[in-house]
Design a binder for this molecule. Structure first.
Ligand code: NAD
Ligand SMILES: O=C(O)C(=O)C[C@@H](O)[C@H](O)[C@H](O)COP(=O)(O)O
Ligand code: ZN
Length: 347
């Protein structure tokens, strides 16, 4: 596996640069990560290596084509060639943009990921999905482009806010519900250790998450079928992010919301029993309570869902739970049930 996990140590990154005889590095990061960690990263780059740093404004609202074009301009201005290594140094927003730039500039140059948020360490740095939001649709422009290596240093997580820890938990709960229910229970039993940023606990969660995602992606690299299960909670989650124009809910929060509505749909379809529903709903709603939508808002949400990349023949794809730690993809969910779930009379 090309993924290396450690704490307070990026020496595997240093060794990779040496082994590949890289003499030019182009770092793409964001303002917050740059301020906190750029000197730490540069301490692993020899002085003889020509190094450029491009700093994005932080946050989902900057995952845009405009920022992609600005990076292209900077690459051209600095005459960056195909022998340069692009280093994505930040969370999932930086990673998706940096990956897209690396996959398209000069028809593709090598890149690596050094993820710095909980969510990017457990999810976005792995699997090669790149891209940006456009015309209010989530990740609607993008490529599959796999990093040469992924270097994870869990010590970056020490500086994360509780909100950002919760965002990462959204994707980790997802892994528990699609592949390994014991991981869901481990999280439930370790909230205090996680919020206290106990690095041994976080390292265990990152390791488990990376193994689950890597295993699924290795069987369906280009998201043709099996990999859809990694999108559990995202059909509704992405529509909520988009509906609020990426300003109200962060991605991981929207996934937590999406998983609750999709669990309710599964309960109504008798795909799961009340006990399983209650155990999961009580855990997720304790972290982030679900919200009710008006009929007009739901029309807009469903319009957005109709552009989901998983859809087939304009049938909205829903990944739904069918057993503990097991999900499947369904295409013909009655629209009245979607409306009922989002109107929220059930909570
Ligand atoms: N490509 C994929 O497979 C994939 C998977 C999951 C999510 N995503 C995408 O990832 C994005 C969400 O990523 P995210 O949750 O990392 O958000 P993010 O990249 O916006 O980072 C969250 C915030 O934390 C800051 N930050 C980053 N590292 C920090 C650190 N170590 N300490 C303190 N602050 C830090 C950032 O500057 C930002 O303000 C979404 O756009 C989502 O669509 C992609
Ligand atoms: O890697 C995947 O496949 C995923 O679905 C991981 C998701 O957590 C992630 O948010 C991904 O970016 C969503 O993919 P998309 O194809 O719905 O944009
Ligand atoms: Zn996600």
């Amino acid at each position: 596996m090309n993924i290396f996990i450690d704490k307070y140590n990026l020496s595997r990154f240093y060794e990779y640069v040496l082994d590949e005889s890289i003499n030019r590095i182009y770092i793409i990061t964001d303002k917050i990560v740059n301020k906190l960690y750029i000197e730490y990263l540069k301490s692993y780059i020899d002085n003889n290596i020509e190094t450029y740093v491009y700093v994005l404004p932080p946050g989902e609202e900057n995952k845009t084509i405009e920022n992609v074009l600005l990076i292209y301009d900077d690459l051209i201005q600095n005459n960056i060639d195909r022998q340069t290594l692009i280093v994505s140094f930040g969370g999932g927003v930086v990673g998706d943009i940096a990956g897209f730039v690396a996959s398209t500039y000069k028809r593709g140059i090598k890149y690596i990921q050094i993820p710095t948020t909980f969510l990017s360490q457990v999810d976005s740095s792995i699997g090669g999905k790149t891209g940006f939001d456009y015309k209010g649709f989530k990740n609607i422009i993008g490529t599959f482009y796999f990093p040469e290596r992924i270097f994870i240093d869990v010590s970056f997580l020490k500086s994360l806010s509780k909100r950002e820890i919760i965002c990462g938990l959204g994707e980790v709960f997802k892994y528990g519900l699609i592949a390994d229910y014991s991981l869901f229970q481990f999280i439930k039993n370790n909230f205090k250790n996680i919020y206290d940023k106990n690095l041994d606990i976080l390292m265990h969660i990152v390791n488990s998450s990376v193994n689950i995602k890597h295993n699924i992606v290795s069987k369906d690299k280009y998201d043709k079928g099996l990999r859809n299960i990694l999108n559990f909670g995202h059909t509704i989650g992405h529509s909520i992010e988009s509906y609020y124009n990426f300003s109200k809910y962060n991605h991981g929060e929207a996934v937590i919301l999406g998983m609750m509505y999709e669990f309710y749909i599964a309960l109504e379809l008798s795909l799961i029993d009340k006990e399983y529903f209650a155990e999961v709903y009580n855990t997720l709603s304790f972290i982030l309570p679900p919200i009710s939508f008006t009929r007009k808002e739901i029309e807009d949400l469903i319009h957005i869902m109709k552009n989901d990349k998983k859809n087939i023949d304009n049938n909205i794809a829903f990944v739904l739970p069918i057993d503990k730690g097991k999900v499947d993809v369904f295409y013909h969910i009655n629209e009245n049930l979607i409306i009922k779930a989002l109107e929220g009379d059930w909570f």
